[in-house]
Write a protein that binds this ligand. Structure first.
Ligand code: MG
Length: 209
């Protein structure tokens, strides 16, 4: 088992568009590395693949698989006129975002094409087809409350006992960020089905009982 991210993969992650702190990336790598033997690692919301590189590298180091679930049309805050819109990922012909080519390029450059399965689908649709236990689910999808609730309800039951549910963008102070991710984190804790592990910056980590 490879214990650390390769310098090459790290460089690809650093050069990739996206919103992920390096310490959070390192934690994702370690979590995927340590739980991919329990079942596939599932990422909800891959965007251009920055976090996918960490998760995929971790999964590969223990012989596992990463499944990247994303409709690739962007979150609410990625749309035209919104705070996190990037014109480079706008497809004129589709008149909408298309981040799939960026993700595919990232996965190729990181040498993860044999590890990562790219699933172009809405989160709930993908969950409806999913029947095998997941070693880890990372929720980093839409940040409206309804989107976050849908991701939580769709995917938290898929995590195997001993596996990990990780949730990105937790902001205990509402002045620092939207509350939907931390609301589902609290919901998971209140369900009694998860134990709380240390957080890394805005990355919440829960273990299924
Ligand atoms: Mg995020």
């Amino acid at each position: 088992m490879t214990q650390e991210m390769s310098a090459e993969a790290l460089a690809v992650a650093e050069s990739c568009k996206g919103f992920l702190d390096p310490d959070e990336g390192q934690r994702l790598f370690e979590l995927a590395r340590d739980h991919a033997h329990l079942g596939p690692v599932v990422e909800i919301g891959s965007y251009c693949g920055k976090s996918s590189v960490f998760l995929g590298s971790g999964a590969r180091s223990s012989g596992g698989t990463l499944v990247c679930v994303d409709h690739h049309r962007g979150n609410e805050e990625n749309q035209q006129g919104e705070l996190y819109h990037d014109p480079e990922v706008f497809d004129e012909e589709a008149q909408g975002l298309d981040t799939l080519p960026f993700l595919r390029d990232t996965i190729r450059r990181a040498g993860l094409e044999d590890v990562a399965v790219l699933m172009v689908a809405r989160s709930a649709t993908a969950a409806g087809l999913w029947t095998i236990p997941a070693g880890m689910v990372f929720i980093d999808g839409g940040h409206t409350q309804i989107a976050a609730d849908t991701d939580y309800e769709s995917w938290s039951p898929k995590v195997v006992s001993g596996g990990i549910l990780a949730i990105h963008d937790l902001f205990p102070d509402p002045s620092e960020g939207g509350q939907a991710p931390i609301n589902i984190y609290r919901r998971a804790l209140a369900s009694g089905q998860f134990d709380e592990l240390p957080t890394t910056k805005t990355l919440g980590v829960l273990r299924k009982k």
